[in-house]
Design a protein around this ligand. Structure first.
Ligand code: PMP
Length: 359
């Protein structure tokens, strides 16, 4: 027997092996007689665990020393402010690519700190598509160019990286660790943990150190990347248990064969789900084929009246959290690293059965 398959967009399913290990270590971490969450963040055990998590992440993504890896708090949303506060001190506007709801939220928050310029936007007409960079306004004279490689709600994903003279900043909350990336193509990467990394609240930041010194003078110390870096992500008490758990996820990923292996699995999972949708004539996906997300697959039923029945029957079949975001309706299957092919196969089979019964 397996647990039900959880297609939640976040907080999302974590690898069962990681949860089992954490459960086994809960009361007595490595013979200390303490839970990891009961230990001082200044203790050798915690400091070395945080360092090991960082090293593992550096190996997975191939992150060089010119980048800091920071563990911070406040969710990805806090970095919607953190980005302009850390890079906005150069007196230039902030450039944003608006491909969906998370881009829009990031832009709205940044506009509190300076002038925001939308250099490009995803098409409003169906299918939703990311315009080619040739058609964008230039961001070269901006303080930075911000984009959202994967729009968790809209299911739109960049399968390429924009180029700019300005520092390239990416909110990778729902795609980091789903595949290898060339970290060098970016200047700042941030990601809330609750999809492919670990518990909500924790944020991973990868920052090109060269960019320090562009901070707004009003930036609080807790939001200041350089200050956080100098303090080894321990300016205050960090979310130690979340970092420990993220470290277990990184270890698990390395044991699976790293990000190339995950990419292969994720591509297969997404391909089989999109194929089922496209071949059905009953289900639909609103995104242009080239820009479809590997992680979040929104889909609609031919008759929205059937949505409730679909969700109820899915739940009975052990397929949980398929309801689309409250702002868009329909369905969404989030198929992060911890979701096996078997879960997608079960979903596809369920969808085909449902179509036979209700079409
Ligand atoms: N950016 C993206 C792309 C997201 O998917 C989310 C959360 N779903 C956020 C930002 C916000 O993250 P948090 O709730 O951790 O602030």
């Amino acid at each position: 027997m397996h647990r039900p398959y959880n297609f939640c967009a976040g907080p999302a399913a974590l690898p069962e092996a990681v949860l089992t290990r954490a459960a086994g270590e809960m009361l007595d971490w490595h013979g200390t007689g303490m839970s990891f969450m009961e230990m001082s963040h200044r203790s050798g055990e915690v400091v070395s665990t945080v360092e090991a998590a960082e090293s593992s992440l550096r190996r997975l993504l191939g992150i060089g020393d010119e980048f800091a890896v920071l563990f911070v708090q406040g969710g990805a949303t806090s970095q919607f402010a953190g980005v302009p506060m850390n890079l906005g001190g150069v007196g230039k506007p902030f450039a944003y690519v608006n491909t969906g709801q998370w881009s829009a939220k990031a832009m709205a928050e940044a506009s509190r700190y300076g002038d925001v310029v939308e250099v490009a936007a995803a098409s409003k007409e169906l299918p939703c598509a990311i315009p080619e960079q040739e058609s964008w306004a230039s961001a070269d004279d901006a303080a930075y160019l911000h984009f959202t490689p994967n729009e968790t709600i809209d299911g739109i994903e960049f399968h390429w990286v924009p180029e700019s003279q300005a520092p390239v900043v990416a909110d990778m909350s729902s795609t980091l660790l789903s595949r290898p990336i060339a970290v060098d193509d970016f200047d700042v990467i941030y990601a809330g943990a609750q999809k492919n990394i670990g518990p909500a609240g924790l944020v991973i930041l990868i920052v090109r150190r060269e960019l320090y010194g562009r901070t707004l003078s009003s930036c609080p110390s807790m939001m200041n990347w350089e200050v956080t870096d100098k303090a080894g992500s321990m300016l205050n008490t960090p979310p130690t248990y979340s970092i420990y758990l993220a470290g277990l996820v990184f270890e698990w990923l390395e044991a699976q064969g790293g990000l190339a292996a995950m990419a292969e699995r994720n591509r297969k999972k997404a391909t089989s789900l999109y194929a089922a949708i496209d071949e059905s004539g009953f289900y639909g996906n609103p995104v242009a084929v080239a820009d479809r997300s590997w992680m979040n697959v929104p889909f609609t039923l031919a008759d929205a009246e059937l949505d409730k029945v679909f969700l109820k029957e899915a739940e009975t079949a052990g397929l949980l959290n398929l309801k689309g975001h409250r702002s868009v309706g329909g369905m969404r299957a989030s198929i992060y690293n911890a979701i096996p092919q078997a879960a997608v196969d079960a979903l596809v089979e369920f969808m085909q059965d449902f179509e036979r019964k209700h079409a």
